[in-house]
Design a protein around this ligand. Structure first.
Ligand SMILES: [Zn+2]
Length: 380
């Protein structure tokens, strides 16, 4: 791969990948030459922007102009409402359900609804294990005309070799939080400190940029941090109320997604077969679940980042903290706890993340986590 191409990228969306210039140039050339592979495997650490790149590639593949970012198709893909772009994540703690891969294969066989192509974004490819992957392998090898698979994984070594060998592998480099924050700052024009916080909460630069544009998502973070701030003086009823309120805030941004989905369904209801409508409804449901889950992980990441700041200021009072906008909360918590207390509280957040992965209800998970953090913080 040569990095010599410095001309303005015609595929504007791939320009989002400014922290991954080699990947961007490589994908751009593939799209422009009209010789995109039928299956990609994006490999890299969490936060390296694989999912953002997958959505950008989907835009570039479906758009008549190679991903202009402005046409109807590009906007639908960006809003995750394009009926020909499918986004899958494992629906059980142990991986993909057999029914998920079966539904996927049924869908692959259908013609695209709006575009000339269909794109399937498949997260955590390492969780495609023998029983759920077998049916998929044949399709990965010879997908129907106009179908592109984009699989995402953290490391090639833990993905079934039979999957790896059928895909074009695209390695993503690990981005430091500082470089990620700089990219967000360039994209949003916001101060570096605020961008560093957004990267800690949202993960990749693209998601951090979206987080900073979403009043709802920032509100969910604020409510969670306020609940943690209040813990030293909270009774049980306060904690139960806080968990409920946080869950409400996490769900708030979904209302807009739901209404957009409904509008797309209403537009298509007259000319889609019952089967295709059912597929669209299922896809919508999955998209909502994925968004809710990512909102939950975001508020959990907010607490983790806050508690790390507490730990930092307990060990070195002059060190920089990530959540400068809530330095007062960090200061108050550092007053009432100790290093073991902050470490114990961080363990409670990790336990909450595991509970969510095991499909424990989010509100209950928040309740348990807040009780555990309260207990840990008051540890001598
Ligand atoms: Zn376009």
């Amino acid at each position: 791969m040569s990095a010599a191409q410095n001309s303005a990228p015609p595929a504007a969306l791939l320009a989002h990948l400014e922290t991954q210039p080699r990947v961007r140039d490589f994908l751009q050339r593939a799209v422009e030459s009209g010789r995109a592979s039928h299956a990609y495997l994006f490999v890299g650490a969490p936060g390296s922007g694989k999912l953002d790149a997958a959505w950008a590639l989907a835009q570039a593949l479906l758009c008549e102009d190679g991903g202009c970012g402005a046409c109807d198709s590009c906007i639908r893909v960006a809003r995750h409402t394009h009926p020909d772009v499918h986004h899958l994540a494992p629906e059980s703690a142990t991986g993909y359900l057999i029914s998920q891969t079966r539904d996927l294969l049924d869908d692959v066989a259908l013609a695209p609804i709006r575009a000339r192509r269909k794109v399937y974004i498949i997260e955590r490819a390492e969780q495609l294990r023998a029983n759920s992957a077998n049916a998929l392998l044949k399709t990965l090898e010879e997908p129907p005309e106009g179908v592109t698979f984009i699989l995402l994984g953290t490391s090639q070594d833990i993905i079934l070799p039979t999957i790896v060998s059928r895909c074009q592998c695209v390695p993503f480099r690990t981005i430091s939080p500082v470089a990620a924050a700089q990219a967000v700052s360039r994209a949003t024009g916001l101060p570096a400190a605020r961008c560093r916080m957004a990267v800690a909460v949202a993960g990749s630069p693209q998601r951090a940029t979206e987080f900073l544009k979403s009043a709802d998502r920032q509100d969910a973070r604020r409510r969670m941090l306020r609940a943690v701030d209040a813990l030293p003086h909270a009774d049980e009823a306060d904690i139960l109320d806080a968990a409920k309120e946080i869950m409400g805030a996490v769900r708030a941004p979904l209302a807009e997604v739901k209404s957009t989905q409904q509008a797309v369904l209403d537009q298509n209801v007259d000319y889609l077969s019952r089967g295709a409508l059912k597929q669209l409804e299922d896809r919508n449901k999955r998209e909502l679940n994925a968004r809710e889950r990512s909102g939950i992980m975001e508020v959990l990441a907010s607490v983790r980042s806050l508690l790390r700041d507490v730990l930092t200021s307990l060990t070195d009072a002059s060190a920089d903290i990530v959540n400068e906008d809530v330095a007062d909360i960090v200061g108050r918590l550092a007053q009432v706890t100790t290093v073991p207390g902050a470490v114990g509280a961080l363990d409670a957040v990790a336990a909450a993340e595991r509970s969510i992965a095991r499909n424990i209800t989010p509100q209950l998970t928040f309740e348990v986590m807040l009780f555990d953090i309260r207990k840990a913080l008051s540890c001598p």
